[in-house]
Design a protein around this ligand. Structure first.
Ligand SMILES: [Zn+2]
Length: 80
């Protein structure tokens, strides 16, 4: 019996077990990569999940701002 995985948008907290129109972001201090949804990448370590373009954009803006400030927080461990 397969477990149903619930994915959660990191911005608004919306949950879905079939988020086909969502986006994913993988990033570190040097780069940020936006991925279209695929289940394999979604369950990969470090993937972040967003319910749509708007919320992926919110995260991208935060990442850009953090990258431009002198002291860079550990963004990979940002609030969860
Ligand atoms: Zn959202």
């Amino acid at each position: 019996m397969a477990a149903v995985i619930q994915y959660r948008c990191e911005i608004c907290g919306t949950e879905s077990s079939n988020p086909i129109h969502w986006f994913m972001i993988q990033c570190n201090a040097e780069e940020l990569k936006v991925l279209k949804w695929n289940t394999e990448a979604a369950s990969a370590y470090g993937a972040r999940h967003y319910c749509g373009e708007a919320h992926a954009g919110v995260y991208i803006s935060r990442w850009l701002e953090a990258s431009c400030s002198p002291s860079i927080p550990d963004f990979n461990r940002a609030s969860r």
